[in-house]
Write a protein that binds this ligand. Sequence first.
Ligand code: AQP
Length: 332
Amino acid sequence: MPRVFSGIQPTGEPHIGNYFGAMRNYVNLGEEYGKNSLYCVVDLHAITNPAAFDPQRLAQRTFEMAVANFAVGLDPQKVTFFVQSHVPEHQELSWIFTTLTPVGELERMTQYKDKSAQLESVPAGLLMYPALMAADILLYKADTVPVGEDQTQHIELTREIARKFNHAFGETFPEPRAVYNRDALRIPGVDGNGKMGKSKGETSTIGILEPLDSIWQKLRVAPTDPARVRRTDPGDPEKCLIGDYHKLFSDLDTIELVYAGCRTAGIGCIDCKKKLMEGVTAHLTPIQARAEDFKADPDFVRDAIAQGAREARALAQPIMEEVREKVGFLKL
Ligand code: AQP
């Protein structure tokens, strides 16, 4: 039976990139593989980027990330849902993996290059991020990893670390593969400035739990196809982030209507955005209502997370035992 693992950072409010790129696959794979699908709020990863780390808000964001995942349909009673720092074995395996990973490989990671370029002083933990991610996955011998396309390079490195460990210490880990949502590989930020990302701040994101009027204010001013300078200029919806978002939120009839309207200048950008907002409202309203219910019952959320950590540790501990023995640590 495949084993699924994925993590999400509590670096800000979960957004539609996280939702369509990853969280929806968590729910689908969770339905299929039950407790063999593990989902983790990766707070140890969140503290590696000083630009996104706020100790005052980390615990609250971790809690809210759990709420958001439950609200989109992840049932903590059916899957294994937990917080990374509650399972210390992640750090132990990560350390072993750092001893197998050349610094040059870590420096080659594009996410590291992008983030470190923005910092005056680069913490070693930011460089080690992919070794921790490999440990997250391999600690459970997971072979299936639902992620967005931005994680491809990290998954490839995880496969390499698994191969290296197996070569050095004997066959232990599978080589995991990424599972993508082909319709949402890399959702652009609403400011038109590259990939939507939590750590880029609220100007980039459309939060799945964000008030609808705040979402509309962002969509209203969002850039569209630059070729459409005047209302009478035809546009190309394939070059427009509103066109991209329609593919996520609108039904086929609406997509056909607005795409044709854009190409013929039959509708203006604001009308197109209003149509999009209808789809956004239909999608997010029930999710936001469920999130309110979970927020009103914090004990349920906390108990679910605590139970998830117990379940995850029960899976991790025998694998860690095997690793310690193979690496040759003294056993008493
Ligand atoms: N824009 C996106 N499109 C598709 N998938 C995405 N993911 C993130 N952004 C997009 C996927 O969501 C999962 C959780 O990733 P994350 O917590 O690293 O998300 P983030 O919003 O990218 O968070 P940060 O803090 O802003 O991280 P960095 O700065 O590392 O990008 C992953 O499966 C991710 O692929």
